[in-house]
Write a protein that binds this ligand. Sequence first.
Ligand SMILES: [Ca+2]
Length: 697
Amino acid sequence: MLNSRQDAKTLKSVKKPGCIYAAVFFTLISLPSFAEQPTSKESALSGRPEEVQAQDSGRPEEVQAQDSGRRSEGQAFKRNRAERDRQPQGCPEGVRLAGSINASSIRPNILWIFSEDNSSYLGCYGDKTARTPELDALAAKGTRYTHCYSNAPVCAVARSSIILGVPAVSTGTQHMRSSYKVPSHLTPYPTLLKAAGYHTINQVKTDYNTSSFDKNIWDQCKGAADFSRRDKGQPFFLKINFSQSHESGLFPEKRFKKLTTKAEDITAIPPYQIDNAETRADWQALYDKLEATDRSIGQLLKRLEKMGEAENTIVIYCSDHGGITIRSKRYLYDSGTRVPFIVYFPKKWQHLAPEGYTPGATSNRLTQFLDITKTILALAGADIPAHLSGRILAGDKAEPARKKIFLFSDRFDSAPDMSRALTDGRYKYIRNYEPDRRAHQLLEYPLQQKAQVAHFRAFQNGLTNKAQSAIFEPHQPKEFYDTQADPHEINNLINATDQQERIATFSQALDQRILETNDLGFIPEPKIEEVDQSGLSIYDWARQGNNYPLKDILTLANLVSAQNPDNIATFQQKLTDPNAIIRYWAALGLRVLREKAAPAQEALLKASTDSDASVRITAHMALGNISKPDQHAVALLKEASTSKHDIHANWALCGAKYLEFKNIKDHYQQKELTRGPYSQRSCHDLFLGKTFTHLPE
Ligand SMILES: [Ca+2]
């Protein structure tokens, strides 16, 4: 297995493509921008709109991750140069494309196009409001997949899964965001493509949620892509990210100045959203952004044609997860995980296409991002590590589809949480491991969408119906949906008598998938942080001795998710287990029972002085549920003030927030409690008096 950090030159020497290279001149062609009609002097001069956006503004989450707490998400976002997003953005301006290498190459070029945060609101997916002629045309000559899922409903976690070809929960990169190390024997797919002889170009988003690698895994990941840097005849792999439809595109300052989509043309408002002017305006903005994305993709494909590479290039399009109005991104519902996915094989490469490939076909094959990574390696003739858990879709190594797709969500920004799910494309089973938390934890970032604030205000004022209120209520411990009969997943069938057999099958299959993937999400994150700081990857730590007895932990965790007071005695007993992770889950089991955990008060008091921080924090939260919440909130503030690390401090502060603590100013100043961006966020909320049920004006 190749190490991702090996020098690119070494990698090139490992395996060259066995093709006969044609002697062709590579005439560098400097192409104009794909952007149409730059609307500001700044973007017209910058020449690198996509890159500028990545580095300077358009990806505020990344800015936040790098900020180390110097500014809030909102403040970070204000740095954005909104004008740059008001124009369609395509390949970086000044992209230089080499002359043709076409007929001689025996490997296809592969172009993987991502758009950000969008569900299948595209004409080719039957959406009547969408204006997406370019993607519709791509679907008309390729295959459109109807059941493709992002394994995680958020950018960096999805990308972490894609880049290594294994679920992020297997590597400990499931928290949004984080930078924990992954072991060096897990090789990013671009490194494998390089070793197979490909010239690899990324435009430009990386965002892999790990500190182990980043831009260095690509031949080119900065500045204008220069195709002349390929060897003669060398095939390329180009991954390009269009960010217009990112969540932030609906923030008022990031919308186009004039909305083109008409409010009366919006037909997609789901029943779990309120239908008012704010919601409609966000949907209008969403369709406008998708139109801009589509235009950029069309420009890219035209350039490919112009450089003579269209017939040599397999094109793959998908979004990076679903979105992006309320209850989509960050949720395991189809609105957050089900994505558009189109593949196009030019005539020359149709022998590599999936069986039955015909132009304009639709496939209902159950597909996930992990499958796409593995398929690309197969199409490129690259080494396919045995640990890759996807299923190859196309080519002579094609494999049968998985019967169920694994979905996961964990901490988002400053809000810890944990859910796991399986879908077979029709039915979906979700386990919420912290059912005492609200589904929407009032994160500041998404609340920059006006419709989300309007929705919360309506909820506060009692103006939302059951489906619309659910997002601000605590999770249901388990959920089960028939997405065919109930595409918006609002009718939870978990107690339906005619579904119990099916639910049991899903539940068993989910346990099995958690064990197979060695899901590291059951390790409380402060422990992950502590291990990572010690220099060891959590992946390796979890495999040492009996550090991580996942089977035992899962058995206990499933009792937590059951949220049943009958389990109090078991939780009390497990509070004294020698393994701190077991003790943590025991404390959590009592916490999710809220005041019903009162019989375990004495055991929890002992646990509040445990040697492990996650146990102490969870025990104080559980005790605060039973009585004297302010006293336990103050203990949690003390925990934060003495912590060394960001997540440790954030967990403690979130505990005080969970207990609705209002008097933080009487005890500490912000700087005494802040260790990084996430503890800073939670601290900021506490100082604003913002808790789960209160959003200040
Ligand atoms: Ca995204």
